[in-house]
Write a protein that binds this ligand. Structure first.
Ligand SMILES: Cc1cc2nc3c(=O)[nH]c(=O)nc-3n(C[C@H](O)[C@H](O)[C@H](O)COP(=O)(O)OP(=O)(O)OC[C@H]3O[C@@H](n4cnc5c(N)ncnc54)[C@H](O)[C@@H]3O)c2cc1C
Length: 324
């Protein structure tokens, strides 16, 4: 008997889960489990938006018109680990929807080290690759061996590391515009996994000391800017400096608009309280940006991806909202 592949199911008016815990709904939502179903989604809306773990995402209160696609089931949730003992390494192929914190533990259990430097970063593997997630301890791009993507025309490509660029919270995949990451191949080393686990605890302890990990936030709100000219006690021309430091020096820590607040622990973490709206967050971001610009002449650019027509418009004049 011939079995036909199942069609993807589209649901309507669905809430979108983000770490900010606020914002509007998806007019249309799908959870494809196969490449073919993802292709069907592109046929429905070529401009569809991919939702990862929602850890770097601000969705306007008006919601999202484009089809929202979540890649966290079926083949997009699969992990394959091949150890190459002779080479002292292992190759991990993780579907785009695999949870990064879980993958860190899974690779340690398989005898592979490396990903512990990404401890405390909530993400799907696809979202982590797009954002080149990382920080003081390391970045995911360092481990990438290849990336499987679907172009907006539905074609699948496997791009070797040499065709990808990973820079500070930014990535490119060949010449492709807004490709959809379907899987990521990571090269990790075999080695002392007890030491790797100890490193993970150290990274997590550092984050707990310096960041409001328990609050609702999307991590750093703005990108660390590169200074056009020197600012006394902050940095020299051409230096990338901490946005959190600029926000702190501009006196914004603890600043609150509605349910949104600049964390008093870390100036670049904006936390949300019960009843917070996306508009509160956007207004707070605009106010902080105004004050930092007024004091230092530096225009902060959002690190968080912003979805929704109105929300995007508020920040459009400072450039693309998407992983630049
Ligand atoms: C408490 C906390 C701490 C954090 N600390 C850090 C940190 O130390 N370093 C750091 O870099 N970040 C940090 N972040 C931010 C966040 O964890 C990262 O940006 C992460 O990479 C987001 O991944 P995600 O899967 O949640 O992506 P989402 O937030 O779901 O999406 C972000 C963007 O990536 C796109 N995207 C997601 N998946 C895909 C895909 N498969 N294909 C194409 N596009 C895709 C989305 O469309 C969107 O534009 C932190 C966030 C929180 C809440």
């Amino acid at each position: 008997m011939l079995t036909m592949p199942a069609d993807v199911t589209i649901t309507h008016d669905r809430p979108i889960r983000t770490w900010f815990n606020c914002g509007g709904r998806a007019a249309r939502y799908a959870q494809p489990a196969t490449i073919e179903q993802l292709r069907q989604c592109l046929a429905i809306d070529r401009d569809l938006r991919v939702l990862g773990d929602g850890a770097n995402l601000l969705i306007g209160d008006e919601g999202v018109d484009e089809l929202v696609v979540e890649l966290n089931t079926g083949e997009f949730a699969a992990v394959q680990i091949d150890i190459d003992a002779a080479r002292g390494s292992g190759l991990v192929r993780a579907g785009a929807g695999v949870n990064l914190p879980k993958l860190i533990h899974q690779t340690h259990a398989a005898g592979l080290c490396g990903l512990e430097v990404l401890g405390g970063i909530p993400a799907s593997i696809g979202g982590a690759a797009v954002m080149n997630a990382g920080g003081a301890f390391g970045e995911i791009g360092t481990f990438v061996e290849a990336v499987e993507v679907m172009a907006r025309d539905g074609q699948i490509h496997t791009l070797p590391k040499a065709s990808c660029t990973f820079a500070y919270r930014h990535s490119t995949f060949g010449e492709m515009e807004r490709p959809i990451i379907t899987a990521v191949h990571l090269r990790l080393s075999t080695g002392d996994t007890a030491a790797a686990r100890a490193k993970l605890l150290e990274v997590m302890a550092y984050k707990k000391r310096t960041q409001p990990m328990a609050a609702d936030s999307a991590g750093c709100t703005f990108k660390n800017p590169t200074l056009a000219s020197a600012i006394e006690t902050i940095g020299v021309a051409g230096q990338r400096v901490s946005a959190g430091l600029l926000i702190d020096r501009a006196g914004c820590k603890g600043l609150r608009i509605g349910g949104a607040e600049v964390s008093s622990q870390h100036g670049n973490f904006f936390v949300t309280h019960a009843g917070c709206t996306a508009t509160d967050l956007l207004n707070l971001m605009a106010e902080v940006r105004r004050r930092v610009h007024g004091q230092f002449g530096v225009m902060l650019r959002p690190e968080v991806a912003i979805w929704g027509r109105e929300a995007t418009r508020m920040f459009a004049e400072v450039g693309s909202m998407h992983h630049r």
